[in-house]
Design a protein around this ligand. Structure first.
Ligand code: ZN
Length: 138
């Protein structure tokens, strides 16, 4: 079995931001030479997430709007805000998840037409966010 791990370094420019990393993930799968297996896309962060969805600018804004409504940034009801003003980002990261796993079949990442891979920044801007991509298979 082949296993290849690569780290993407991504700088973010806003507090909330969706960054499309599909192309970078697909390049790593190609580089790995794996024809059939899995690719893990993992953000080693407590205030960011990895999600799959459509790359459409209106929808991307909708997702951020809903994220803000759901996590209530700056709310005084979040205890964590007393020590670090980013409880909303921890909540978002915990509930939306920090990884996705996709099949690799015949050397290609299997995903729906409207499924791009996004890093979700919830506590930016950050100079350097990491995304770990591990490809395993044969
Ligand atoms: Zn915090």
């Amino acid at each position: 079995m082949k296993i290849l791990t690569r780290e993407l370094k991504i700088s973010t420019s806003s507090r909330f931001q969706l960054i499309d990393i599909t192309e970078s993930v697909e390049k790593i799968v190609e580089e790995s030479g794996v024809r059939n297996g899995l690719v893990l896309v993992f953000a080693p962060h407590a205030t960011a997430s990895i999600v799959l969805n459509e790359h459409e600018s209106g929808l991307m804004e909708d997702m951020i709007q809903k994220l803000v409504e759901f996590t209530e940034p700056g709310s005084s009801k979040w205890r964590h805000n007393a020590i670090d003003d980013n409880a909303h980002a921890h909540l978002g990261s915990a509930f939306f998840g920090q990884e996705r796993v996709l099949p690799v079949v015949d050397g290609r990442v299997v995903r729906g037409t409207w499924q791009n891979i996004f890093l979700v920044e919830m506590d930016g801007p950050r100079r350097s966010r990491s995304v770990i991509v591990t490809v395993m298979g044969e």
